[in-house]
Design a binder for this molecule. Structure first.
Ligand code: 4AD
Ligand code: MG
Length: 462
């Protein structure tokens, strides 16, 4: 009977003494004189299963002894209670068939490899324990996010990937064009004639689906997007990628408090799902990646997130005994070192709210002080800024004024202003980088290790 390691592990007693058929890849083959042991991975479970083969009992014993790490094989054998304590059962092989050989040059040998080395072998690194664990968690987190919103009646909106607007107004976009490069680069002073380009105007890959999500929130009330996002940000850090996945929920009839309430509930939901559905992976991360991870996540799940205004946060930083490389300033953005200090100070996730208007996007709602906007960043230990969100400016005159002040192209965004003209209402939303969430729940500190094929400045391999 064809089955998987996962199925066997879930009810091995029921399979005891039965003949089963497994397909997978050899992690390790320890050949002894009359016996051999293969650690087989089939992708269904974090753990491998031990295949025991025996001379005299199995055909081609000598050949099987030579099957190397990485080979694809098919095993027929009997599920047998195991004497060792590591796993409750093993497979006594009746026959083993080689499906795909793997020569000695196979880079993933049964030993510890550096993450740098594995980053050069993106197509093969997923066959290691670490990356099996990371990418299963990434999948589970993604599905948990859909579940969280779907179970609460949110409508999933597919916002465009190619757009003419810059949702964040930060100018960090990848241009989309079919014009040939030679004609594109005109002589100095000559303007590029975008009317001849594919869309008849300048277009780029989206930096956020928020603006379009707002349009849908003002009809469905509660919506979310979940898709790829692109930023031509030239920052080579452990937490920035040029292509990442973002979840952006948007809710009508909501203010900043509601925004934070939903963000907190979503983060806790995801943590709960991962702890329940990926216990082996979490134990592995706890042991080899971030000591105390499981306890950290369990604690966060049970605690209330802190809230501090940007002003309070700066005060805390300025009073700190730590010597920062960047001096914390009222009115200015937080540096990574500041975020780190704050999450330590609060010993867990903290929402920093009411940010200085000049360092935030044009669409955020002006507070009554006319100095700050109703924005929030959720900072967490390790991943830094996990979520960024805000209440949106629903007052047409305020929004128009802000767009002028910040030189946002209002021709391109006429439709966005319509949302305030026709049935506008207070509304709010946030964006969470999927990768930052995966980093947070796995303890992995480099974003390149939580994306199957990462894209970062000067790096677009595979
Ligand atoms: O703070 P950001 O730029 O906010 C927005 O894009 C809003 N439109 C969201 C909204 O209100 N709907 O990005 C949101 C989140 C960040 O908190 C971070 O988790 C992630 O997206 N993020 C990145 N993740 C990886 N690499 C990058 N270069 C990222 N830039 C942002
Ligand atoms: Mg942000």
């Amino acid at each position: 009977m064809e089955t998987t390691i996962k199925t066997l592990q879930m009810n091995f007693e029921q399979f005891t003494d039965q003949t089963v058929l497994l397909q997978g890849w050899v992690r390790n083959n320890r050949a002894q004189k009359e016996f051999g042991f293969i650690d087989l991975s089939d992708g269904s479970s974090f753990t491998t299963v031990q295949i025991v083969y025996e001379e005299g009992h199995i055909a081609q014993f000598r050949d099987i002894q030579k099957y190397r790490a990485g080979s694809a094989i098919e095993v027929t054998g009997i599920v047998t209670p195991s004497l060792g304590t590591k796993q409750p059962f093993e497979i006594k092989a009746e026959s083993i068939r080689l499906l795909g050989d793997s020569p000695e040059t196979y880079p993933i040998q049964p030993k510890r490899h550096s993450r740098e080395f594995l980053r050069e072998n993106l197509h093969l690194r997923v066959r290691t324990n670490l990356f099996q664990a990371i990418f299963r968690v990434r999948s589970v987190v993604s599905y948990a996010i859909h579940r969280f919103f779907q179970e609460r009646g949110f409508v999933y909106v597919h916002t465009p990937i190619i757009t003419g607007s810059d949702a964040e107004g930060a100018g960090e976009m990848f241009r989309v064009t079919t014009m040939d490069a030679e004609r594109f680069y005109k002589n100095e002073g000559e303007a590029i004639d975008f009317s001849r380009d594919f869309f008849g105007k300048p277009t780029n890959l989206t930096v956020s689906g928020q603006l379009q999500a707002e349009a849908y929130a003002l009809a469905f009330r509660n919506v979310y997007t979940f898709g790829p996002t692109f930023r031509a940000e030239n920052s080579n850090t452990l937490r920035h990628a040029s292509e990442f996945w973002m979840i952006e929920p948007e809710f009508a009839f909501a203010d900043l408090s509601k925004d934070m309430e939903i963000a907190e509930a979503m983060v806790k939901f995801i943590i709960d799902v991962v702890l329940t559905e990926c216990p082996q992976e979490i134990d592995f991360f706890d042991q080899f990646v971030e000591k105390g991870l499981k306890e950290k996540l369990t604690k966060v799940f049970h605690s209330k997130f802190h809230i501090a205004t940007h002003k309070d946060a700066i005060t805390i930083l300025r009073n700190a005994k730590t010597a920062f490389e960047n001096e914390p300033q009222f009115g200015e953005d937080l540096a990574t070192e500041h975020e780190k200090y704050l999450t330590k100070h609060f010993n867990g996730p903290v929402f920093v709210i009411d940010w200085p208007k000049d360092i935030k996007a044009f669409y955020m709602r002006m507070n009554d002080d006319h100095q700050t906007v109703a924005a929030m960043d959720l900072l967490v230990p390790g991943a830094g800024e996990l979520i960024g969100g805000s209440q949106r400016e629903e007052r047409l005159d305020y929004l128009e004024k802000r767009m002028k002040e910040m030189h946002v192209d209002d021709k391109e965004l006429g439709w966005y202003l319509d949302l305030r003209r026709y049935g506008g209402t207070p509304h709010a939303g946030f964006g969470m980088g999927l990768e930052r969430m995966v980093m947070y729940v796995t303890g992995v500190d480099n974003i390149r290790d939580v994306i199957p094929f990462p894209r970062t400045p000067k790096n677009c391999e595979f």
